[in-house]
Design a protein around this ligand. Structure first.
Ligand SMILES: C[C@H](N)C(=O)N[C@@H](Cc1c[nH]cn1)C(=O)O
Ligand SMILES: [Zn+2]
Ligand SMILES: [Zn+2]
Length: 480
């Protein structure tokens, strides 16, 4: 059976090589649409991206393409009445004799500004040194285009897809996947009926040398602390030293959430973490990774841990708390002498088994309120959850992972490592629970791609060989 698959894949891989310019052109067009879900002013661009996908899917011959509306964005962070971007659904084939694979990806991206330190406009894909630079190149427009490219190559060759393919692309992943849980529940026995497995390509290799298959993700609970004080921004020469300043209160509270060594100071949080078993401890041993890979990816020597096992465990199986920013604070160049009247501090906690999101939120709010009360400030403070998404951990011993391992070996000539991921894809567990299927994470990009960072890139090799890997996965899975 396997030989059959490989003889089918040989001409397909050649076709993928031939189509490289068209594939890069497709990604160029996708990156050019600044579909930043976290920036309300760019919401029309997120919607434009959904329409771009619809057009691409139409050109590729998809059936039953639907842009599913999700209604209004819920509080707390949006302007009232702001519409969520639609979910793009499409299918290729509905042959009852074939297995059905649902592929999920997201078409929204993180914010990006040239002045943040990009070497070129983040929304113009630039090919340099065999790398494709641009916001979304690796997260997640490259992999989403990867699925389209695979269909394109099959079409060009007149080769039938080996499975029925259902596409589900969302535009709010970077902002908590708002509305998607409900859509999946609604469509579980409708659009998604008959789905045998789910494949997500939206994470990265652990390092830069070895492909991986991923069977776990951390969750993400995102919070804000709003401190309100004077009626307007004030002159620090006139009011400095004579009023309680919101920013001082906020920094005092935020500064106590986490220690410089990453220890979370909120009582109850670390106690919720599942204990490390001997069996799990052994899983880290064969994985290829070291502190140099971490330093390479971070562009620094700022690692808290030097030992591989410590690094991996703190990325995958322990929670972390990161401080992200302060809305309302002076942040431009120069030296403005202002006392901001209202500031909102943003931070998130990456969650792991067995943390409970509601309990965590209660612990966070109690801690923040207690620390603020100690300041005896007349300002007001409110701490709230902006969005949460659960962690996910699965058993990687199933047909889908086996097919992906064969595909990876064929394309990259090396057996993949089995890894977990420190980032989050909030919807993963919902697919597993609602569709009662397993989920596979099959990443395309490398650990040094700089997702969410400046100068995000996807190596040309990862893009093209990634299309081969996704394609080979579908063929091996069909024949498993
Ligand atoms: C791993 C994935 N490509 C990703 O970047 N996910 C985001 C999801 C998220 C959660 N809250 C906000 N965004 C991430 O891990 O930050
Ligand atoms: Zn992301
Ligand atoms: Zn992503």
């Amino acid at each position: 059976m396997s030989n059959n698959v490989e003889s089918t894949l040989k001409p397909l891989f050649e076709e993928i090589n031939n189509l490289k310019p068209q594939f890069i052109e497709r990604l160029t067009k996708a990156v050019a649409i600044p579909s930043v879900s976290g920036d309300e002013s760019l919401r029309p661009k997120v919607v434009e991206m959904a329409h771009f996908l619809k057009q691409e899917l139409t050109n590729l011959g998809a059936q039953d393409i639907q842009l599913k509306p999700l209604g209004k964005q819920p509080p707390p962070v949006s302007t009232e009445g702001l519409e969520l971007p639609p979910i793009v659904l499409a299918r290729f084939g509905s042959d009852p004799a074939k297995k059905t694979v649902l592929v999920y990806g997201h078409y929204d991206v993180q914010p990006a500004l040239l002045e943040d330190g990009w070497h070129s406009d983040p929304f113009t894909l630039v090919e340099k040194d065999s790398k494709l630079f641009g916001r979304g190149s690796t997260d997640d427009k490259g992999p989403v285009m990867g699925w389209l490219n695979s269909i394109h190559a099959h079409n060009k060759l007149g080769l039938e897809l080996p499975v029925n393919l259902v596409c589900c692309f969302e535009g709010m992943e970077e902002s908590g996947s708002l509305g998607l849980d409900e859509l999946i529940a609604r469509e579980a026995n409708a659009y998604f009926k008959g789905v045998d497995t789910v494949c997500i390509s939206d994470n990265y290799w652990l390092g830069t040398k070895k492909p991986v298959l991923t069977y776990g993700l951390r969750g993400c609970n995102y919070y804000q602390i709003i401190v309100n004080g004077p009626g307007a921004d004030l002159h620090s020469g006139i009011f400095g030293g004579v009023i309680h300043e919101p920013m001082t209160d906020l920094i005092k509270v935020m500064g106590q959430l986490v220690d410089v060594d990453g220890t979370i100071n909120i009582p109850g949080v670390n106690e919720m973490v599942a204990p490390l078993t001997e069996e799990e401890s052994k899983l880290y041993d064969p994985i290829e990774f070291d502190v140099d890979e971490l330093n390479l990816a971070s562009g620094s020597k700022t690692a808290i841990y030097q030992d591989k096992k410590d690094i991996l465990m703190h990325r995958w199986r322990y929670p972390s708390l990161s401080l992200h920013g302060i809305e309302g604070a002076f942040s431009a160049g120069g030296a403005k002498t202002v006392i901001p009247a209202k500031v909102s501090g943003k931070f998130s906690i990456r969650t792991v088994p067995d943390m409970d999101s509601d309990k965590l939120t209660q612990y966070v709010i109690d801690f923040v309120n207690k620390r603020f009360a100690e300041l005896k400030s007349p300002n007001t403070l409110k701490c709230e959850l902006i969005h949460d998404g659960n962690y996910w951990k699965s058993d990687p011993f199933n047909e889908s992972f086996t097919a992906a391992a064969k595909a990876t070996k064929l394309v990259w000539n090396i057996d993949p490592d089995f890894t977990r991921e420190g980032g989050s894809i909030p919807i993963t567990i919902t697919f597993e629970e609602q569709l009662k299927t397993n989920v596979l994470l099959l990443p395309m990009g490398k650990g040094d791609d700089g997702a969410h960072s400046i100068n995000e890139k996807l190596d040309v090799a990862n893009y093209i060989e990634g299309v081969k890997t996704l394609s080979a996965y579908l063929h091996y899975y069909a024949n498993a």
